[in-house]
Design a protein around this ligand. Structure first.
Ligand code: G1P
Length: 266
């Protein structure tokens, strides 16, 4: 199984810190946000992960690369407990990187994964949504099991308060089935089709890249709107909304980050 994590944007919702620190590298206690996502995917059995970054986010690549000097230093001082902390990143799925040449939004960043994905299904993750489920399967495993049952592409959803809906993709359900999606409305201001949002987790077929190719005009805030590709998928292949088991934190948002930090520090 392959997964793609998109971590290329400027992180403008989190300025000023994101002027130099990638938001995905911000700590939840002592571990960067991105490592929680990589660990979750690896624990679910994902074998290969592509992280889409931009030139100004080389720090991410550095974090997932061995630091031989630091390891040598810790061995010389017999700090083996700390060695575990700096080498465990090598035990996760095989990680590779793709660079988005120009920061041009979510759809363009996903398109950088086309070659990596090839003809396979893949899990797509935003780089700032962190998931926990203390009493059961993690979100990635939930998605894999669900797909194996239904053989239908899916997105993970949760219900939020109406005041939150304008920050997310909001689901319009088809009338013929409980979790069958008719379409997704990206960041609606009014006329909310439901209170269920896209939380940044998608199980997609490689066909999505054909829809990305077709979608070269639909824009939102100047950027190509990837949600239109999901709508084409929903119409032609079907797309299910699967309710999240557990909790998710939108750490790209200052309040969401504070909640996640408190959770992982307890
Ligand atoms: C993206 C998607 C949106 C989804 C959100 C989840 O928005 O476009 O549909 O609800 O991720 O985090 P962004 O956060 O990039 O604005």
């Amino acid at each position: 199984m392959k997964a793609v994590i998109v971590a290329a944007g400027y992180g403008t919702r989190f300025l000023p810190i994101t002027k130099s620190l990638p938001k995905e590298m911000m700590p939840l206690y002592d571990t960067p946000i991105l490592e929680y996502i990589v660990k979750e995917l690896s624990d679910a059995g994902v074998e290969e992960i592509l992280i889409v970054i931009s030139k100004c986010k080389k720090m991410i690549k550095q974090y997932f690369t061995r630091n031989i000097h630091l390891e040598k230093f810790l061995i010389e001082r017999n700090k083996m407990d700390l060695m575990e902390q700096v080498t465990k990143q090598q035990n996760y799925a095989k990680i590779s990187f793709a660079y988005q040449k120009k920061i041009a939004g979510f759809q363009d960043a996903i398109n950088c994964a086309k070659k990596f994905v090839g003809k396979d299904n893949f899990i797509l993750c935003t780089g700032d949504d962190v998931f926990v489920n203390e009493n059961g399967d993690n979100c990635a495993l939930q998605m894999i099991k669900e797909y194996n049952k239904t053989k239908t592409p899916l997105i993970i959803t949760k219900t939020v308060d109406e005041s939150e809906l304008d920050k997310y993709g909001v689901i319009k359900y088809a009338k013929n089935g409980e979790n069958n999606i008719e379409s997704i409305v990206e960041k609606p201001k009014t006329d909310f089709p439901s209170n269920d949002i896209v939380v940044g987790r998608y199980f997609l077929p490689a066909k999505i890249f054909e829809y990305i190719k077709q979608n070269n005009t639909a824009r939102i805030n100047g950027e190509l709107n990837f949600t239109e590709c999901l709508n084409m998928l929903a119409k032609n292949e079907g797309l299910n909304a699967v309710r999240l088991q557990g909790t998710s934190f939108d750490t790209g948002d200052k309040k969401g980050y504070a909640k996640a930090f408190a959770y992982f520090t307890k």
